[in-house]
Design a protein around this ligand. Structure first.
Ligand code: ATP
Ligand code: MG
Length: 445
C-alpha cells in the first residue's frame, strides 16, 4: 500500500479520553474511531489487524478439528426463556422488540442458539463428538465501557461449543481447546497464561481463563513464575491424541496460576517464595465445561446404543478477538508507538523514501515496493512529500516490525537501511539483500 493512497488518519495530539497506552495508540495510529460509548468503527489499519487475528484463530481452530460456521447477532428471546437465562441475564443484555412485538436480543453469547441448532439436527451418539464455532460480534451493555476495545459494548469474539456423548469425551474437548488456545496466543507472539477460573453457579472444576500480564489489566492474578518459561514451541500436536492433550493440559495447569476469584493463600504458600508472583492481567479467553446445563433444559439429547436417550455433554470456549488487539499493544509498545509481533503486523515492512522526487530514490523504492508485494510481505510505502523525521515518527507509531529506509546518499554506495522496530538495530544492505532478508524473516510467520 502506498501511504498517499491509503486512509490512515494519524492523530498528532494524544486523545484526552484515553487513559491506557493501547487505547491511546489505537486512536493515534488511526485504527479505530469511537461511534458511541464502547462502540467503534474499525478503520482500515485496525481492520487489517483484526483480520490477521481472525485468520490465526480460524487456522488454529480448524487444526484442532473444530468446524467454522456463522450464527446471527440478533436472537429470539424465546430460546433464552427455555434455558431460563432471559430473566437472569440482567441489564447487560440489549433487548429489542421487532415490528410485530416479538422480543429479540443482540447476542451476548450463543449457547442457546447453538443448542437449538444441534437438538434439531443431531439425534444419535454416532453423530458426536462435534465442535462448532464462529467468530461474530457480540453485544454486552457494560456499565462502564472503557479502555477502548478492551472493554467495549460491541466486541468481536470467537465462541466455540463442544458436544460430546460422555464426560470423558467432553474433557478431551476441553483439553483440546486449552492446547489450541495456547497455540493461538503463541502464534500471535503473546504470553497468555491459563489460570483456574471460577465456574460460578454451574460449579465443577473445569474452567480456565487465559491472562496476559499487564499493569493495566482488570484482573488481579497470582502465579508461580515457572509459568512464564513454558511454551509449546514446535511441539507437534495430534489433537485426536487424548493422552497427549491431557499431558499438555497437566503440564501447563500444574504450576499455581489463579485469578483473585479462585486464589487460595494456603495452596499458594507452598510455592517457593522467590517464585510467588502477583500482578495484573487481561482476560483474553476462557474455556468452560458445564455438562448438561443447556442440553437438559433445552432437550438436546441423543439415542445411545442401548436405545436410551442421554443429554449431550457441552462446553463453551471463547477468545476475545477484538480485546486481543488491546492486549497485544499493552504488551508490545514503547513511548514512540506500537511494536507489532511479526505474525499480526498490519503491514509487515515499512518502506521510507527519504527524498521523494529524487529520481534514484524513487526508482529504488518502486522496485523494492514491487518486490515486497510480490513476496507477499504487504509493505506500507511512505511516499508522502514529508520530512524524514515525520516519516520515521509515523512508522514508529504504527509499528511495522521492519523498516527499509532509502535515500540518495546510501544509494550512491549501493545500500539501503534495514531497521528492526523492536531493537532499533540497523544494518546497511544492498536493496536486493534487504528484500531477501525480509523474505527470510517472514518465512516461518
Ligand atoms: P470479563 O470478565 O472481562 O467481563 P467475561 O468473562 O464476561 O469477560 P466471557 O464470557 O468469558 O467474558 O467471553 C470470552 C472472551 O470475550 C473474554 O475472555 C474476553 O476476552 C472477551 N470479552 C468479554 N467481554 C468483553 C468486552 N466487554 N469487550 C471486549 N472483549 C470482551
Ligand atoms: Mg470470561
Amino acid at each position: 500500500m502506498r501511504l498517499t493512497r491509503y486512509f490512515l488518519p494519524i492523530l498528532k495530539e494524544t486523545p484526552a479520553e484515553a487513559s491506557i497506552a493501547s487505547h491511546r495508540l489505537m486512536l493515534r495510529a488511526g485504527m479505530i474511531h469511537q461511534s458511541s460509548a464502547g462502540i467503534y468503527s474499525w478503520l482500515p489499519m485496525g481492520f487489517k489487524v483484526l483480520q490477521r487475528l481472525e485468520q490465526i484463530v480460524h487456522e488454529e481452530q480448524q487444526r484442532a478439528g473444530h468446524i467454522p460456521m456463522l450464527m446471527p447477532t440478533l436472537q429470539s428471546a424465546d430460546l433464552w426463556r427455555e434455558s431460563g437465562r432471559y430473566d437472569d441475564y440482567g441489564k447487560e443484555m440489549l433487548r429489542i422488540t421487532d415490528r410485530h412485538g416479538r422480543d429479540m436480543l443482540y447476542g451476548p453469547t450463543n449457547e442457546e442458539l447453538i443448542t437449538d441448532i444441534v437438538r434439531n439436527s443431531i439425534n444419535s451418539y454416532k453423530d458426536l463428538p462435534k465442535t462448532l464455532y464462529h467468530i461474530q460480534w457480540k453485544f454486552r451493555d457494560e456499565v462502564r465501557p472503557r479502555f477502548g476495545v478492551m472493554r467495549g459494548r460491541e466486541f468481536y469474539m470467537k465462541d466455540g461449543y463442544s458436544f460430546d456423548v460422555d464426560e470423558a469425551g467432553a474433557l478431551h474437548s476441553y483439553n483440546r481447546h486449552l492446547v489450541s488456545y495456547l497455540r493461538t496466543y503463541e502464534r500471535m507472539g503473546l504470553k497468555a497464561i491459563p489460570m483456574k477460573a471460577d465456574t460460578g453457579p454451574i460449579g465443577g472444576d473445569h474452567s480456565h481463563e487465559f491472562l496476559v500480564l499487564a499493569e493495566t489489566g482488570e484482573s488481579e492474578v497470582f502465579y508461580d513464575s515457572r509459568v512464564l518459561d513454558m511454551s509449546l514451541g514446535d511441539c507437534v500436536i495430534d489433537f485426536d491424541d487424548v493422552a497427549q492433550c491431557q499431558d499438555i493440559f497437566d503440564e501447563f495447569t500444574t504450576p499455581y496460576a489463579r485469578t483473585d476469584e479462585t486464589h487460595d493463600d494456603a495452596i499458594f504458600s507452598d510455592v517457593p517464595e522467590n517464585r510467588r508472583m502477583s500482578a495484573r492481567g487481561i482476560e483474553v479467553g476462557q474455556i468452560f465445561y458445564f455438562g448438561t446445563k443447556y442440553s437438559e433444559s433445552m432437550g438436546a439429547d441423543v439415542v445411545m446404543p442401548d436405545g436410551s436417550r442421554k443429554p449431550i455433554e457441552m462446553g463453551s470456549h471463547g477468545i476475545g478477538v477484538s480485546r486481543l488487539i488491546g492486549a497485544l499493544i499493552e504488551a508490545n509498545h514503547d513511548d514512540k508507538g506500537i511494536i507489532w509481533p511479526e505474525s499480526v503486523a498490519p503491514f509487515r515492512v515499512g518502506l521510507v523514501n527519504l527524498r521523494q522526487g529524487d529520481e534514484a530514490a524513487d526508482a529504488a523504492c518502486d522496485s523494492l515496493y514491487s518486490g515486497l508485494v510480490k513476496a507477499g510481505l504487504d509493505p506500507l510505502y511512505d511516499d508522502r512529500d514529508e520530512r524524514a523525521g515525520a516519516k520515521f515518527a509515523s512508522m514508529d507509531l504504527i509499528g511495522c516490525p521492519w523498516r527499509i529506509t532509502v535515500g540518495p546518499r546510501g544509494l550512491k554506495n549501493g545500500v539501503v537501511e534495514l531497521t528492526s522496530r523492536r531493537t532499533g538495530e540497523t544494518v546497511e544492505l544492498s536493496p536486493e539483500d534487504a528484500l531477501a532478508r525480509c523474505v527470510e524473516i517472514y518465512a516461518d510467520v
